[in-house]
Design a protein around this ligand. Structure first.
Ligand code: NAI
Length: 467
């Protein structure tokens, strides 16, 4: 039987990064994953394919609707969905092969299959090629990620009633799509199909879109998405969805009144959150404890209640984000190596890759109010930023929240072109405990979108120049 220092179960952004880091630290490492390519949900059915579709559909939509007014004549703009899907596949397969190459370079053994616990250091691998093997490891890292949450009485077929998995691979643009849930997935994938011509109705249980985002950002985002053609039914829930011949019949009822209605559509996307993926691990066999939301319980060192078994990423508490999982992957490998890894959870950014993008790091105003922290706010609109003006991308703003007393930056919220790239500057500043004055005194190249962060910082500690 093969014996390893570390076996990682799950080859997503948490697991494969942990495996590489551990190998770099001199450990003998194996990783088991059952997806087509290494890279987990993120690469196979998440971040990567969705960003590919978002990028291509944005270009198509921009060309069709905006090029003429900018002096670019394009006649008969059309698209091939088949070619779009091929491009998406070649992007993700290229990246997946890249991870496999990194595994080879770092001498990590990769098993394609499903791993389950036999004992606390023996894992049975049900290989995708039909072979079953058992391997032994001194330490085991659970990095099995998450799966979509489904709704009672709504049967997923991944063709007409789909989760994000199916919504990334539709064979035809639906005429009408109902999206259940106005969170990150609902808005990103709703945008993809809307840009290709679908009429998209988003049904949301809460009284607003994008739970957890800053209120100003949510308001601005809703206005922009409505302008783009998405429509929202807030405080509403889908009580049933049934495929009847070629259509899906959907019943929607109000959360706050007795109102209800019936709607037909071609595709329903269920995007109401994700849950930890622990089903096939056989955790009961070794007595690994879960919390009341099914997440593996770990201590500050990512250790479960079984001393040689660790867990990271979506399967434990915290935001379900690829980059959070990767950072945990690095740190858990360092901890197993006897080092002291550390993550500042307050500086993990979140991004929605719609157009414009939406990004934040740190606290929202609501959170600061709840924590009774005195804060000040500085805001700067992209309409007053010269780079945004030259690229005609003037929607949105940068908003900075800083401690009233110390001026330390506590939260940065951006809605605007390339917000997902811009937010990294704010994360660096917050990691180094910058004051808003520090950010305001950093020299930015001109003209750039970053200048909107500088101006918002100027507005936070005193006054902006260009407003
Ligand atoms: P989410 O938690 O972001 O949003 C789900 C939405 O569905 C919420 O607004 C919730 O109020 C609503 N909802 C729940 N039950 C409902 C019901 N019965 N009827 C109507 N609405 C209902 O979840 P989402 O969008 O599925 O994403 C899952 C996870 O994946 C999130 O943690 C997200 O951060 C992560 N993710 C991150 C991405 C990124 O970083 N760009 C991209 C995609 C996913």
């Amino acid at each position: 039987m093969e014996k390893y220092d570390i076996l990682v179960i799950g080859g997503g952004p948490g697991g494969y990064v942990a495996a590489i880091k551990a190998a770099q630290l001199g450990k003998k490492v194996a990783c088991v994953d059952n997806k087509e390519f290494l890279g987990g949900t993120c690469l196979n059915v998440g971040c990567i394919p969705s960003k590919s579709l978002l990028n291509i559909t944005h270009k198509y939509h921009d060309a069709k609707h905006n090029f003429a007014s900018r002096g670019i004549e394009c006649k008969d703009i059309s698209f091939s969905l088949e070619k779009i899907m091929e491009t998406k596949y070649s992007t993700l397969s290229g990246l997946g092969q890249g991870i496999a190459g990194l595994f080879k370079k770092n001498k990590i053994d990769y098993f394609n299959g499903i791993g389950e616990f036999e004992t606390n250091n023996r894992i049975l691998i049900n290989s995708n090629n039909g072979d079953n093997i058992t391997i032994e490891a001194e330490n085991i890292i659970i990095a099995t990620g998450s799966v979509p949450i489904t709704l009672p009485d709504i049967e997923i077929d991944e063709e007409k009633i789909v989760t994000s998995d199916g919504a990334l691979s539709l064979e035809k643009v639906p005429n009408k799509m109902i999206v259940i849930g106005a969170g990150v997935i609902g808005l990103e994938l709703g945008s993809v199909w809307s840009r290709l011509g679908a009429s998209v109705e988003v049904v949301e249980f809460a009284d607003d879109i994008l739970p957890g985002f800053d209120l100003d950002v949510r308001k601005e985002a809703k206005k922009i998405f409505e302008k783009q053609g998405l429509s929202f039914k807030l405080k509403s829930k889908v009580t049933s969805a049934q495929v009847i011949e070629y259509k899906v019949e959907v019943n929607i009822s109000s959360v706050s009144s007795d109102d209800s209605e019936k709607m037909d559509c071609d595709v329903v996307l269920v995007a109401v959150g994700r849950k930890p993926n622990t089903k096939s691990l056989n955790l009961d066999k070794v007595g690994i404890k879960l919390d009341d939301r099914g997440r593996v319980i770990v201590d500050g060192q990512f250790k479960t209640n079984i001393p040689n078994v660790y867990a990271i990423g979506d399967v434990i508490a915290g935001p379900m984000l690829a980059h959070k999982a990767s950072d945990e992957g690095v740190v858990v490998a360092e901890i197993i190596d006897g080092q002291h890894g550390h993550i500042d959870y307050n500086t993990i950014p979140s991004v929605v890759y719609t157009h414009p993008e939406i990004a934040f790091v740190g606290k929202t105003e609501d959170e600061l109010k709840k924590d009774q922290i005195d804060y000040k706010v500085g805001k700067f609109p992209f309409l007053a930023n010269s780079r945004a003006r030259t690229s005609l991308e003037t929607d949105g703003f940068v908003k900075i929240l800083a401690c009233k007393e110390s001026d330390q930056v506590l939260g940065v919220h951006i809605i605007g072109d390339a917000a997902g790239e811009l937010i990294a500057e704010a994360a660096v500043a917050m990691e180094f405990k910058a004051a808003s004055e520090d950010l305001a005194r950093i020299c930015n190249p001109h003209p750039t979108l970053n200048e909107a962060i500088k101006e918002a910082a100027l507005a936070t500690y005193f006054k902006p120049i260009h407003l």
